[in-house]
Design a protein around this ligand. Structure first.
Ligand code: PGA
Length: 314
């Protein structure tokens, strides 16, 4: 077989390490026109979050799961040191999933120092839309970059509900982060009230479309999407894997309708009470590409358990 795409790093067969059901679940059945594969030992283009492979002679895109810890407003110099040491000690087993942490701003320099030389990137939980000036309490994209950040969360539901961040502002933050060379993690998700009213898809579409309208659909490939049903955040109520997959598939379809290539590349994380014991079944879903983890990211053992589940899902 002649490989035309120089980025193809792995040739998959339908028998390689996966039982046929797993392939089927991932849409890799024969004749599938838009297969998206996950496979072992693919040398993902780390900075991009996806890799190419050949499956049954067809070129497929494989997304690399991303598990990111959103520490929110938690931690101290001592606890951050302990948590990062714990994560570093266990990261050796996690060779396929990308693992990142988003500490509060003041701990970013500490994360940078303690994560130097590891494969673990770090990021901010928010950023300003301004570049500099009289904006008391704000932090600019360039400052996050100065401290080596790769990622930045934008539009987390706590920012949307507690600090009144609307779709337009979140889209602007996405744009500013992207322009600066940071990878925005765009959070979308419905409240309990919205779910009960049956408007989940409308809400998620509106949040997504705000970014697409401002930046164009291709911009999404420079970031990550996190679907976080608000009713599942910090409540112990996890969306069932089926329910989560439904919304993830909706998001991907909406992107596919505008640009199929972008849709195949963009990672969509799930967030909301993900724990080591529910991570594997969530990660097994074809459109769930990792997780944005709050509470469980504050304990190295729990966080690593989730990372391991993501790692084993590909
Ligand atoms: P949780 O938070 O894991 O504590 O539910 C997730 C998030 O808010 O990103």
């Amino acid at each position: 077989m002649r490989i035309l795409n120089p980025q193809i790093t792995q040739i998959l067969t339908d028998t390689e390490s996966h039982p046929p059901r797993a392939w089927e679940e991932r849409g890799l059945v024969a004749g599938s026109t838009h297969p998206v594969a996950r496979g072992r030992a693919v040398d993902f283009q780390r900075s991009k979050g996806y890799g190419y492979a050949l499956f049954r002679g067809e070129e497929v895109i494989m997304r690399q799961p991303l598990v990111a810890g959103n520490w929110k407003m938690n931690g101290s110099v001592g606890s951050v040191r302990e948590l990062l040491a714990g994560i570093k000690a266990g990261i050796g087993d996690i060779d396929k999933c990308e693992v990142a942490v988003c500490p509060p701003y003041v701990f970013i320099p500490q994360a940078q120092a303690e994560l130097a030389g590891t494969p673990i990137p770090w990021g901010g939980q928010n950023l300003s839309t301004e570049t500099s000036g009289a904006f008391t309490g704000e932090v600019a994209a360039s400052m996050l970059l100065d401290f080596g950040c790769t990622y930045v969360i934008v539009g987390h539901s706590e920012r949307r509900t507690l600090y009144g961040e609307g779709d337009a502002l979140v889209a602007k933050k996405f744009a500013v982060a992207r322009a600066a060379g940071l990878k925005p993690i765009l959070c979308v998700g419905e409240t309990l009230d919205e779910r009960e009213k049956g408007v989940t898809e409308d809400v998620v579409a509106r949040q997504l479309d705000a970014v697409i309208k401002l930046e164009g659909v291709r911009a999404l490939a420079d970031g990550v999407i996190a679907y976080e049903p608000v009713w599942a955040i910090g409540t112990g109520k996890t969306a069932t894997p089926e329910l989560a997959q439904e919304v993830h598939a909706f998001i991907r379809k909406r992107i596919t309708d505008q640009d199929a290539e972008v849709a195949k590349k963009v990672r969509i994380q799930y967030g909301g009470s993900m724990k080591p014991d529910n991570a594997a079944e969530l990660m097994a879903k074809p459109d769930i590409d990792g997780g944005l983890i709050g509470g469980a990211s504050l304990k190295a053992k729990d966080f690593l358990g989730i990372c391991k589940a993501a790692n084993d899902s590909i």
